[in-house]
Design a protein around this ligand. Sequence first.
Ligand SMILES: Nc1ncnc2c1ncn2[C@@H]1O[C@H](COP(=O)(O)OP(=O)(O)OP(=O)(O)O)[C@@H](O)[C@H]1O
Length: 257
Amino acid sequence: MLEARNLRKEFGELRATDDVSLAFGETPGEMVFIVGPNGAGKTTLVNLLTGLFEPDRGSVVVHTEENGTTVEEDITGMAPEDRVEAGLVRSFQIVHVFEEMTVRENVRTAALSRYDKTLSMRTLDDGHAEVEGDVDDLLARFRLEDIADEVAETLPHGDRKLLDVAMAFALDPRYLLLDEPTSGVATREKEYVIETIVEASDAEEVTTVTIEHDMDLVKNYADRLVVLHEGRVFREGDPDLLENDPELRQVLLGVDE
Ligand SMILES: Nc1ncnc2c1ncn2[C@@H]1O[C@H](COP(=O)(O)OP(=O)(O)OP(=O)(O)O)[C@@H](O)[C@H]1O
């Protein structure tokens, strides 16, 4: 489980995150969506969880099962790259791929970065087969097999996004944080992108925390919903809240009921 405890982040006078306490992954593999109006503090929260920002108050804690007991690790001061080893991986709103490489080369590069500490010349042959096996699995999981030899920059945005998330998956996350994975993706491709991510996360029991503006996607795919408003948790719970809570609808959609 990944836990935010009383997180606060200020930019000058502005409190972008204010006393936010949340837990992700109490049910392993759950899909949590973070929603809220512009400026609510969604990206700031993800930046605090992944270590891009340091909180002014509060902490980030990872709970792990070891020999049947739960061990708590405070990762608040840990650098983002070290958090990857603690199982926390993120993908940004803007796709980060190697544009001139093929899809397969991109996924292989990400997979190798996980192995680079353990591969030596002596084990290269064994390691090679293992890496290529992982690459094939990831290509299949993210429905990228048929375009594995295409160059990344030539792909439609939906496939580029899936490649980006496949590369995040190559780092073997337990918690995957996604900042608007469907931003810039054509409407007809959005469901396909989210559905592929949901299937991959379910299969690997990866807990996914996703910022999303498209409420239809949230309704269809969220196991749980977190609504941020003015830096605070405004609501948390079942995605049905989107239908049944007039105050929430007002905050999100500006709809007066
Ligand atoms: N690095 C920064 N320096 C100063 N202010 C910032 C910084 N990052 C965010 N903010 C401010 O903090 C508030 C929350 O921003 P944040 O990007 O977290 O909101 P958001 O909910 O992700 O918004 P959006 O949906 O528009 O992406 C905003 O008022 C924003 O202007």
